[in-house]
Design a protein around this ligand. Structure first.
Ligand code: IPD
Ligand code: CA
Ligand code: CA
Length: 260
């Protein structure tokens, strides 16, 4: 685990440095699909991470957002978002991060999320706790939705997708203290882990958005499930993360939209 962690940290810090150095500069931006941007910096950060992992662990499988999956016969799979929060990044809005998770035999065992603009490094290992800049973190103790600060996000295909989250947003907005849409799912999860947010929900996320962050929440004492409260998987499309105390209330509110 030590060597895996060392390499994951090195990769996240190097990629984060690239993001920080290039923000506001004249990088090129293109569309992957409606609303879904990718910049040269996403690609450069990803290339840097891939170079580090392939040199140190050439036999491991790797899944990255921009290059896709490189499958090997290995129990280990690295799951990487080189820049989570690309829309923010392209606009100079400083909420973005690098997210690196590692699965062993299909279970996430390590997560690193690095926010270079705020110099915040979130880490977790399976059964080893969660940390922010090497200080142990835990979820909030808020026990009702009415007192909660929640976070969510919306899919890029919002115009076509009937599951566009507007009904859920309205149902939570009426009940919660407030809701934020910060634009980086990996950081949303880390903010649940360290108690800044009390809960987070989003559908349509990909494994690279949630692999690291979901472990960080769980290791900080929180709970992650699908929208029905059932077992979470980074490969399924529903992410509900909370401090545990408001989880059932969040499941109940999410069920209002399904019952319609
Ligand atoms: C996006 C962000 C955003 C979420 C989107 C993701 P990207 O990732 O995490 O918060 O709402 O669903 O795709 O495209 O910036 O890596
Ligand atoms: Ca992402
Ligand atoms: Ca990304």
């Amino acid at each position: 685990m030590d060597e895996l962690q060392k390499v994951a940290l090195e990769a996240a810090l190097k990629a984060g440095k690239i993001l920080k150095e290039n923000i506001g500069k004249n990088f090129s931006v293109s569309y992957k699909s409606d609303k879904n941007l990718v910049t040269d910096v996403d690609k450069l950060a990803e290339k840097t991470i891939l170079g580090i992992i392939k040199e140190r662990f050439p036999a491991h499988s790797i899944l990255t957002e921009e290059k896709g999956e490189e499958s090997k016969r290995s129990p280990f799979k690295w799951i990487i978002d080189p820049l989570d929060g690309t829309t923010n990044y392209a606009h100079g809005f400083r909420i973005f991060c690098v997210s690196i998770g590692i699965e062993k035999d299909g279970e996430v065992i390590l997560g690193v999320v690095y926010d270079p603009a705020n110099e915040e490094l979130f880490t977790a290992t399976k059964n080893g706790g969660a940390y922010l800049n090497n200080i142990k973190i835990s979820v909030s103790s808020i026990s009702s939705i009415a007192d909660s600060l929640l976070a969510t996000g919306f899919p890029y295909d919002i115009k076509k997708n009937p599951n566009n989250n507007f009904d859920n947003f309205k149902n939570f907005a009426f009940r919660a203290q407030a809701i934020r849409r910060a634009g980086s799912a990996a950081l949303d999860l880390c903010y649940v882990a360290c108690g800044r947010f009390d809960g987070f929900w989003e559908s349509g996320l990909n494994p690279w958005d949630v692999a690291a962050g979901s472990l960080i929440v769980a290791e900080a004492g929180g709970f992650v499930s699908d929208f029905s409260g059932k077992e979470f998987s980074i490969h399924k499309k529903e992410t509900l993360a909370s401090n545990g105390k408001i989880h059932q209330e969040m499941v109940n509110i999410l069920s209002l939209q399904r019952e319609k």
